[in-house]
Design a protein around this ligand. Structure first.
Ligand code: COA
Length: 166
């Protein structure tokens, strides 16, 4: 991509542009509403935007999830949603957002990230199906990425309430 892309944490004044971007990327407002609920509930570990010269071209959110393991609650991260402006898709923006976000999570000593999505896409970032993790979403689309050798490899994953009813 020739254009310069700046990836940075989301700011409060990005909210309207992020909403418009997600509505365009997903063709509806389900994902933007989840993002707004996650923000209101303080349930994001991290959210990033990709800016080009014209504005916000992409967005990725990493909500706080909880892993229940041996009667303990272990905080972990999710990856959802990720969206890129339709005319700018397939130029590496989604991949750049995911790689940058995962690197930032690692720097913050996060150990585990879950995603629900196409393994053909998320496999390239290292996400794999791991049998030990239980979730209502478990199956071929529910994948994990271990960020540290000592990351838990089993447990029951729960999503914050913004995802209720999806
Ligand atoms: C999915 C999405 C975020 C990827 O971002 P992007 O900037 O277009 O993707 P990148 O340029 O980093 O990567 C392009 C590669 O991803 C693949 N790809 C894109 N979307 C894909 C999908 N939904 N499933 C599988 N592969 C996909 C493309 O085939 C391409 O691979 P190839 O060039 O080897 O064929 C973006 O296409 C998008 O916003 N889609 C609509 C919203 C959505 O489905 N989000 C994901 C679910 S949370």
């Amino acid at each position: 991509m020739s254009e310069v892309l700046n990836i940075r944490p989301e700011r409060p004044d990005d909210a309207a542009a992020v909403r418009a971007l997600l509505d365009a990327a997903f063709g509806g407002d389900t994902e933007s509403q989840v993002v707004e609920r996650l923000r209101a509930d303080g349930d994001f570990v991290l959210s990033l935007v990709a800016e080009n010269g014209e504005g916000i071209a992409g967005y990725v959110g990493f909500p706080r999830l909880v892993l229940r393991l041996d009667e303990r609650n272990v905080p972990v991260a999710g990856l959802a949603p990720v969206g890129v402006s339709p005319p700018l898709q397939r130029r590496g923006i989604g991949g750049a957002l995911i790689r940058d976000g995962v690197a930032r999570l690692k720097d913050r000593a996060e150990r585990l990230v879950f995603v629900l999505g196409d393994p053909a896409y998320y496999g390239r970032f290292g996400f794999t199906v791991m049998e030990g993790f239980l979730s209502p979403y478990a199956g071929p689309y529910f994948q994990a990425l271990l960020l540290a050798p000592d990351a838990p490899k089993a447990g029951r994953v729960s999503y914050p309430r913004a995802f209720d009813g999806l």
